[in-house]
Design a protein. Structure first.
Ligand code: F6R
Length: 616
C-alpha cells in the first residue's frame, strides 16, 4: 500500500521519482503524484487518479518545472476515494510546501476541526491534507522546516510514514515514521527516501532503515536522524542483497511467472549457510540468548493470508520434530482473543514484506505481554524483524507480483530450518533423523525444478476451465493448508469463487456443493507416509467423483491408486511426506496464474489488492 519516494541531489528529481514509483507499483495503488522544487525555488505538483501511466500522460500534456529536490507517491485510498484531488502530494503554507503520507492519522478529525476553527480550508477528504495544513502553520511560526515537522509529527496519532519538502528550503526533504516503513538510500552527492529499498535500488544499494518514531532530514550531502524529541540517533547502514535487475521482469510474461520459476533458487538460497554437512543451525537465533529456545514450552505462529498458510504447514513439522505444541493464529485475531502469553511462549511471525500492520501489531502485543518474538521475513530493514527478538530471513529475493509464490516456499523452508534447529537444541531428534530431514530439505530445489516441468500440463487445463464459476480444493494433513493456498490464489488472481477444505471435513457439509462438472483439485498425500491417510483421500475422490465432480489430483509419481478415479493427474516427484507441500503448491500457483491470464486479467496486480498491507 502507498509507495513513497524522496530525492535530493544532482539528477532530475522528476525522473528519479517516477522511476522509484514505477518500482513501488507492486505495493498496490490507485493514484499517483509528485512534487518538485525547480531551481527558481518554485514548487510544482502533478497528481492523477489511476495508474502511473495516467500521471506520466498528464505530465506530457501539462509539463511542470523540474529540479533536483522532490517527493513522489502512489496512493492506495483509505480516507476519501481514489480521485485526482485526494491523490498526494497535499499542499500547505499556501502551496509552498508539499506532503506525502502512508498510513492512517487516527486523530485527523480532531485536528481538522481545530484547523477549520482557525480559518483553514481543505480541498480533499484525506487525513494527509490535515498534516500538510498543520505543517504550513508551524512553518510560518518557526521558519524552520525540520522544527515545524518535528512539532507536527509529535501531534499525530496512528500509523504513518510522512515526507515533506518546502520551496523556501530547496535541497531538503524531511521524513518521519511510526509503525510504517521508511528507508534511506545513501548516495554520492544525493540521498533518497523510500517505503522500501526498491524505491532507490537502481541508484544505490547502501541503505539505512529508520527506527520507530524517528525523523530523518536528507540534503545532497547529509543525512540526519533524530527521535521525535529532536535527540540525535545512531544508525547502521546495510547493503541491499539484490540489484535492480532482480526486481525486473527480464523477458517473462509477468512477475508472477518469473517468481514461480525462481522457486528452486528461493529455497536453495534460504537453506544456504544453514545446513552444512547435514548439520542444521540458524545462527540468527543466537540473538535470543542462551537457554531461551530450550525453555520454550509453547509456540504461536502469527501471520496473514498466504504467510499464515505457510505457518500451518510449518506447524506439522515443528511440532513433530521438537515436540513443542504449536498453534497458528491470524495476526488480526490473535491479540483480540487475549491469548495467554508467558516468557516461555515463543511467537513466530511470518511476513514477506515485514510491514503487514496486523502482524506488526501482533508482534508488539506479544512482546509487551512478555513472550519471545521471532520473525520470519523476506525484506531487509523491514519493521517486523526490527521489532522482534530475532529474525530469520528468507532469501527469496524481491517479490513483486502481488500474489505471493516464491516467498511461500521460502517461508516453509525457513520454518523447517527453525524446527530442525529447535529439535537439535532440545534433543528431540537423533543425529540420523536430523540428517535424513536435512537431506530431504536440500533435495527440494532440484525437485522443485522437476515439478515446474511437470506442471506444463496445467496451462491447457486452466484455459479449458477459464469459465468455471467455482473451484474447490481438498487436502489432508500438510495438504490441507496447500488446498487453502490453492483456493486463495485462484480467488485473488482469477476472481473465481474458490474454497479449500480439509478432505476429512467433506462429509460434514461441503460435499453438498458437488454437482456434475464441479472442478475439484485434490492434494493426495503420499501412500509411503501414511497408507491410511492416502486410502482415505482416495475414498474422498471416489465419493466426489460419484457425484459428478471433475477431479484434478496432485499426487506423487507412481501413485497408481488415484489414476482410475481422477480426470487429470499432476505428478510431483517423490519426497518425504512433510516436504510434499513445497512441491504440491506449484501446480496450484500455476493454475491460478494461467487461468487469470486466460481471462485476460492482470496477473501481477489483481484488483483491490496491495502487496504490502500497511493499515489494519
Ligand atoms: C496472497 C498474499 C497475501 C499475503 C499477506 C501477508 O497471495 O500475498 O495473502 O501473504 O497479505 O503479507 P506479508 O507476508 O507481507 O505479511
Amino acid at each position: 500500500m502507498c509507495g513513497i519516494v524522496g530525492y535530493v541531489g544532482h539528477e532530475r528529481a522528476l525522473e528519479v521519482l517516477l522511476g522509484g514509483l514505477k518500482r513501488l507499483e507492486y505495493r498496490g495503488y490507485d493514484s499517483a503524484g509528485v512534487a518538485v522544487i525547480d531551481p527558481a525555488g518554485d514548487l510544482h505538483v502533478a497528481k492523477k487518479a489511476g495508474r502511473l501511466s495516467a500521471l506520466t500522460d498528464e505530465l506530457r500534456a501539462h509539463p511542470i518545472g523540474d529540479g533536483a529536490t522532490g517527493i513522489g507517491h502512489t496512493r492506495w485510498a483509505t480516507h476519501g476515494g481514489p480521485t485526482d484531488v485526494n491523490a498526494h502530494p497535499h499542499l500547505g503554507d499556501e502551496g509552498r510546501l508539499a506532503v506525502i503520507h502512508n498510513g492512517i492519522i487516527e486523530n485527523f478529525a480532531a485536528l481538522k476541526e481545530e484547523l477549520l476553527a482557525a480559518g483553514e480550508t481543505f480541498e480533499s477528504e484525506t487525513d494527509t491534507e490535515v498534516a500538510a495544513i498543520l505543517l504550513g502553520r508551524e512553518y510560518r511560526a518557526t521558519g524552520d522546516l525540520v522544527e515545524a515537522f518535528r512539532r507536527v509529527v509529535g501531534r499525530l496519532e496512528g500509523a504513518f510514514t510522512i515526507l515533506a519538502t518546502h520551496q523556501e528550503q530547496p535541497g531538503v526533504v524531511v521524513g518521519a515514521r511510526r509503525n510504517s516503513p521508511l528507508v534511506i538510500g545513501l548516495g554520492d552527492g544525493e540521498n533518497f527516501l523510500g517505503s522500501d529499498v526498491a524505491a532507490f535500488v537502481e541508484h544505490t544499494r547502501r541503505a539505512v532503515a529508520i527506527g520507530q518514531d524517528q525523523i530523518v532530514t536528507i540534503t545532497p550531502e547529509s543525512v540526519t536522524v533524530t527521535d521525535f524529541a529532536g535527540e540525535s540517533v545512531e544508525v547502521d547502514a546495510f547493503d541491499v542483497a539484490w540489484d535492480a535487475s532482480a526486481s525486473e521482469k527480464g523477458g517473462w510474461s509477468s512477475f508472477m511467472a518469473k517468481e514461480i520459476s525462481e522457486e528452486p533458487e528461493a529455497v536453495a538460497n534460504t537453506i544456504r549457510g544453514r545446513i552444512e554437512d547435514g548439520h542444521v543451525s540458524v545462527p540468527e537465533l543466537d540473538a535470543l540468548g542462551d537457554g531461551v529456545l530450550a525453555g520454550i514450552d509453547r509456540i504461536i505462529i502469527v501471520a496473514c493470508g498466504t504467510a499464515a498458510y505457510a505457518g500451518m504447514v510449518g506447524r506439522y513439522a515443528i511440532e513433530k520434530w521438537s515436540r513443542v505444541p504449536v498453534e497458528v493464529d491470524l495476526s488480526h485475531e490473535f491479540r483480540y482473543r487475549e491469548p495467554v502469553l508467558t516468557p516461555t511462549t515463543l511467537v513466530i511471525s511470518i511476513s514477506q514484506s515485514g510491514e503487514t500492520m496486523d502482524t506488526l501489531m501482533a508482534v508488539k502485543y506479544a512482546r509487551e505481554a512478555g513472550a519471545v518474538a521471532v520473525s520470519v521475513c523476506n525484506t531487509q530493514g523491514a519493521t517486523i524483524p526490527r521489532e522482534s527478538d530475532a529474525a530469520v530471513y528468507t532469501h527469496a529475493g524481491p517479490e513483486v507480483a502481488v500474489a505471493s509464490t516464491k516467498a511461500f516456499v521460502a517461508q516453509i523452508t525457513a520454518l523447517y530450518l527453525f524446527g530442525l534447529h529447535l529439535a537439535r537444541v532440545r534433543g528431540t531428534m537423533s543425529e540420523a533423523q536430523l540428517t535424513a530431514a536435512t537431506d530431504e530439505l536440500t533435495a527440494i530445489p532440484a525437485k522443485l525444478a522437476q515439478t515446474l516441468k511437470a506442471s506444463e500440463v496445467i496451462e491447457p487445463l486452466a484455459k479449458w476451465m477459464a469459465d468455471s464459476r467455482a473451484v474447490l480444493f481438498l487436502g489432508r494433513h500438510v495438504g490441507y493448508p496447500i488446498a487453502l493456498e490453492g483456493a486463495l490464489k485462484l480467488k485473488e488472481l482469477a476472481y473465481i469463487h474458490a474454497e479449500g477444505f480439509a478432505a476429512g471435513e467433506l462429509k460434514h457439509g461441503p460435499i453438498a456443493l458437488i454437482e456434475a462438472g464441479q472442478p475439484v483439485f485434490v492434494v493426495v498425500p503420499s501412500p509411503r507416509g501414511s497408507a491410511e491417510m492416502h486410502k482415505k483421500v482416495v475414498s474422498n475422490i471416489q465419493e466426489i467423483r460419484a457425484r459428478g465432480a471433475r477431479v484434478i489430483a496432485i499426487a506423487e509419481q507412481g501413485d497408481a491408486a488415484v489414476l482410475p478415479f481422477a480426470d487429470e493427474v499432476v505428478a510431483i516427484p517423490l519426497a518425504a511426506p512433510l516436504f510434499e507441500p513445497l512441491l504440491a503448491v506449484i501446480p496450484l500457483q500455476i493454475f491460478a496464474m494461467e487461468l487469470a491470464a486466460a481471462k485476460g486479467l492482470d496477473v501481477d496486480q489483481p484488483r483491490n489488492l496491495a502487496k504490502s498491507v500497511t493499515v489494519e
